[in-house]
Design a protein around this ligand. Structure first.
Ligand code: SF4
Length: 218
């Protein structure tokens, strides 16, 4: 299944825009309960204003909130960003650490965010179990687990480590485009012959084709 998705989505990648680990960390915090597209609209002005952890750590909270307001939950996200940046300054010389154990100790940074940053900014293989990944791994029959950390460990046994980051992108891309939470486009899916959940969405090709969202989502 992963091989077919590799052929289907040869250019799958992180859909958040960033140019360094700090930018990706901030963008990933902002992406909670928000589309990558919306985050990418907000981040150019944000990244132009705050260029280093010290600048986020000393940010005027009201100004920061205003810049990120449209991503939703902006008060909590501003708190996470400032707290995360202060912790970077206190513990890591203002640099984003490249280790999972250090990343998950930063305020507002969970395992999913840490794996996004590791996989995409540091080239360290990481499995990103977001809502799409979790749903698809279950539909594919890869796991019956519902806890994201358990899902991550099961998939880590199935997929070679070097592919973890890209497999994550491929599942997320397929979840956004074809295998939707409601009404997956089974009749237009390249995995029909292999997927044990084939048929939970429309199987008629014409009907299913209308459900496919081509993207890009960034
Ligand atoms: S066949 Fe249906 S359930 Fe299976 S991956 Fe494709 S769209 Fe999802």
């Amino acid at each position: 299944m992963d091989r077919i998705l590799t052929e289907t989505y040869p250019d799958a990648h992180c859909e958040l825009d960033f140019s360094n680990p700090l930018e990706l960390l901030v963008a990933t915090i902002l992406s909670a309960q928000c589309t990558d597209k919306r985050v990418n609209i907000v981040t150019p002005a944000l990244f132009a204003k705050y260029r280093a952890a010290e600048e986020y750590a000393g940010a005027d909270r009201a100004e920061l909130e205003e810049l990120i307001r449209s991503t939703g939950f902006y008060r909590a996200k501003a708190g996470s960003i400032i707290g995360m940046a202060q912790a970077l300054c206190d513990r890591h010389g203002g640099e984003v650490p490249g280790r999972l154990d250090d990343l998950v100790k930063l305020p507002g940074v969970g395992r999913k965010t840490a794996n996004v940053v590791l996989g995409n900014a540091f080239g360290v293989p990481g499995i990103t179990v977001d809502t799409h990944f979790q749903r698809l791994a279950q539909r594919f029959g890869w796991t019956t687990e519902t806890d994201p950390v358990k899902v991550e460990h099961v998939v880590a046994e199935l997929i070679p480590r070097r592919d973890w980051t890209m497999t994550s992108h491929r599942l997320i891309w397929h979840g956004r485009r074809v295998c939707h939470a409601r009404r997956p486009a089974c009749g237009a899916c390249p995995l029909t012959a292999l997927c044990p959940s084939y048929g939970i969405g429309p199987t008629d090709p014409a009907q299913a084709a209308k459900l496919v969202r081509p993207g890009p989502f960034s």
